[in-house]
Each structure stands twice: as structure tokens, then as C-alpha cells.
Design a protein around this ligand. Sequence first.
Ligand SMILES: Cc1ncc(COP(=O)(O)O)c(C=O)c1O
Length: 381
Amino acid sequence: MVFPQKHSATGTTIFTVMSALATQHNAINLSQGFPDFHIDEELSKALGDAARNGFNQYAPMPGLPILRQEITKSFKTRYNVDIDADTEVTITPGATYAIYTAFTAILSAGDEVIVLEPAYDSYIPNIEMNGARVVPISLSAPDFHVDWEKVKQAITAHTKAIIINTPHNPTGAVWSKKDWDDLAVIVRDTDIFILSDEVYEQLVFDGLKHYSVLQHPELRQRSFALYSFGKVYNNTGWKIGYCIAPPAMTQAFRRIHQFLSFTVNTPAQYALAHILAHGAAEPVHAVMERKRDHFLSLIKDTPFTIYGPARGSYFQVAGYERISNMPDMEFAQWLTKEYGVATIPISAFYSNKKDDKLIRFCFAKKEETLNEAVDRLKKLA
Ligand SMILES: Cc1ncc(COP(=O)(O)O)c(C=O)c1O
């Protein structure tokens, strides 16, 4: 049997590898980005109610109208933007799917897409699966800011899109309004699309505010803004997200979506509409900021060097130069096997596996999980 090589990634994703290694060595898993605590009781109840009340058949292709309306209300309240629920919002089975669908809606063979690295691992395979070419640009450590001059120089007549991500996985960096303005200047007078991965929009700390591409009138006209409920309601396993884009772009997006999944889990859409209307018991940014602070207060008693600290997302980057000079992939595996704590090596987020000797911790965990993990790491001192 011969299978075509649709993308350049080989083997299994680093998230699967590290999670499997964590299980094998009975390690605490601070690698993959998922919460290990219960979801809001009201949300679980709403899911059960929807199933019991008979909302178990196919939902409309763009998503339940009530959920799309609740999303637009929430964006009006939080970002003061007007979004049309019928023509601009599409519910998807997660943000990863929405990213793939947006790329598929716009890319043809020979197109180029600029990717800022380190980057979430699905972007590059998704671009390549559409026959397009990846143009990677490294963010600048230690604060991982964008070097706009490099972005400008990377643009060619073939550049079809730029994918950006704020708050950022894996670095926890958060874009300012100025970053958006700089991007606007660079793409002005071009037909370049923006894919704005904003899945961590509600996970911003220290009184900072997430600035959405939807708040930038000039960029909004050319942007697919992509979201995940999993990161807002701590239910990553539900795999429900959405795409907000101007009507013509939404039409192109739905032309693909209708022949991929067509529609999304109905009872979960009802439950999400319910929680959006009624509000969660505690906003997720408050919960997660507390976890970040708790993690930082513990990790300072270990030899790791903290980069940042993370201003948003689930993640904290750390250096280990006081512990070892192993390559980061080797170090992460050694840490899992010898000290029982699984993390992700940052080189995994670069197409050329650039190794700055950094690892990523996920702090979206119960306090006792973080306590136990750092107790183990203290043995490194
Ligand atoms: C930057 C980024 N984008 C997208 C996703 C995927 O979201 P979903 O689980 O809704 O597919 C993740 C999940 O970790 C992520 O970190």
C-alpha cells in the first residue's frame, strides 16, 4: 500500500509522545494543555438536560442560532464589536478544525503562508495538506516578540495568509494593540488573509486585556478569528469552537465545513448557549491566574529559570541552564523518567527544531497536582 505524503511532520505529535511517556513512568503530566479539574456544575447539568429534553439530532450547518446569538452578545459586551450571528459566525468541532477549514477555504497549490514560530503544531501540516508552502519566522526570545521587519521581508507575490496566535501557546505572550497596528501596515495594499487564533482570549492575566482582531476595523475585513470553548469552560474534550469572519469569508468557510463535519454535537451546543447566557460560577481568567501565581510561587524554589512570567494562556516557559545542557527533547524525556514530571520541549514548536533549551509547563491543573509536581522538581536543587 502506498500513502501520499500530505505533510512533512513525521511520527506522532509531541503531545501524544509526552503524555504516553508520562503514563508509562507514572509521571505528573504538565505537558499537554488540558485542565485536570471538574467543569462548572451548571454546564454539566445543562448538557444532561439537553440530551434528556430530546435535543439529540443534527443541528443546523452553521451552528444552533441560539448559540451563535449568545456568542455575538458576549463579543458585544466584552469587546464592543457588532457581529452578525447569521452571516459571520460558524460553530465548529474545535478550533483545530476551524483552522484547517479556514486554510482549506483560501489556499491553493503554490501559495505561501507565514507562520510565526514557536507555533501550535497543527498549523504547518494543515498548510502543507493544502499544497501550500510554509514560510516560518522565529519570534524573538526571551520575550518572544514579533520582528516586523522580518515579516515584511518574507512577503512575496505568493503570500496568501499569515497565521497569528495571541495569547500565545507555548510562550504565554500577549499581543498589544501596537502589534495589530504593525501587522495592518504590512498587509495594507495586499490581498493577504489573516488567521487569528484567539483560543486563549479569556486567559489573560495581570489586568491586561486581550485585543481581538475583530476590534481592528481594517484587519477584521480580511480575518478569520478562531475560538475554542474548551479553553473557556475547561472542557477541552468537548471539542467545540467557532469561526468569526466577514460574510464572504464565512460563506467560503461554510462551503468547506458543510462537507467536512457538516454540523456539531447538538446537546453540547445547547449547554454552551445556556452557560453563555447565565455565566460560569467564576471567570476562567481568575481561576487560571490563581493557578499561574501558585505555580510561580512554588517553582521559584527549584533551579528552573522563569521566562515571562506568562501573561496569558495555560503555559509557562522555563529554562534549565542551571540543571543541564542536554538538548530540550532529551531533557524533557529525562525529567519525565527520572523525576516524574512531564513537560513539552519548546523545540517541538519550531519546524527546524530550533533548540533554545527551554521547556513548557502547563499550569491549568489542580493545586495538589502542581504541589506534587514541584515537590518532585525540588529534588533537582
Ligand atoms: C494555540 C492553539 N490553537 C488551537 C488549539 C485547539 O483548540 P481545540 O481543542 O478547540 O481544537 C489549541 C489547543 O491546545 C491551541 O493551543
